[in-house]
Design a protein around this ligand. Sequence first.
Ligand code: NB4
Ligand code: NI
Length: 186
Amino acid sequence: MYLMKDITRDGNPVLRKQAEKVQFPLSKEDRELADKMMEYLEISQDPELCEKYQLRAGVGLAAPQVGESKLMAAVLTPPEGDETESPFKDIIINPVIISNSVQQAALSVGEGCLSVDKDIEGYVPRSDRVTVRYQDVNGEEHTVRLKHYPAIIIQHEIDHLHGTLFYDHIDKENPFSRTSDEIFID
Ligand code: NB4
Ligand code: NI
């Protein structure tokens, strides 16, 4: 299982690289990578296990964060939010955002990243809704439309696959500016 020591930190060039396309059928290594990334999220979301293994809780994890420059990420959104906002759990492989809403949204508390040890405050403006096409571990194609919280998470993960970190999106001069008519998600 992955521990915090296995998570790559900001400054490691792997976090700034464009990740490589994943081929199907998955190799044994890629299958294990997928399983271990989802396992990290599950364990980290269990309060007792999270404490026991000294993890930072996560709702997403991208392959470059465990040192693998591959177009693969795990997403596990907790079942909170309203009933129109379905929870999402999958390994997303070779994901592409095929459409974005004009409506922007940001988490009201800002974002944190397992690869960034210091807190960087400020709103991270993103699309409120995205349509994402990806392959699952079996190579099956999916097209999903996510909104609000799950949409923010999947954009954070897909950013990692292209070498982007959340703070790249924060307005340096005015980190908490609410200029546009974006939605804030608690
Ligand atoms: C990815 C997220 C940062 C902002 C929003 C949130 C947490 C992460 C990073 C958008 C995506 C990881 C991957 C949380 C968390 C709420 C749900 C369920 C029970 C505790 C958990 C805590 F831990 N971000 N951490 N950061 N990343 N919500 N929650 N809770 O997940 O760097 O690239 O377990
Ligand atoms: Ni991150």
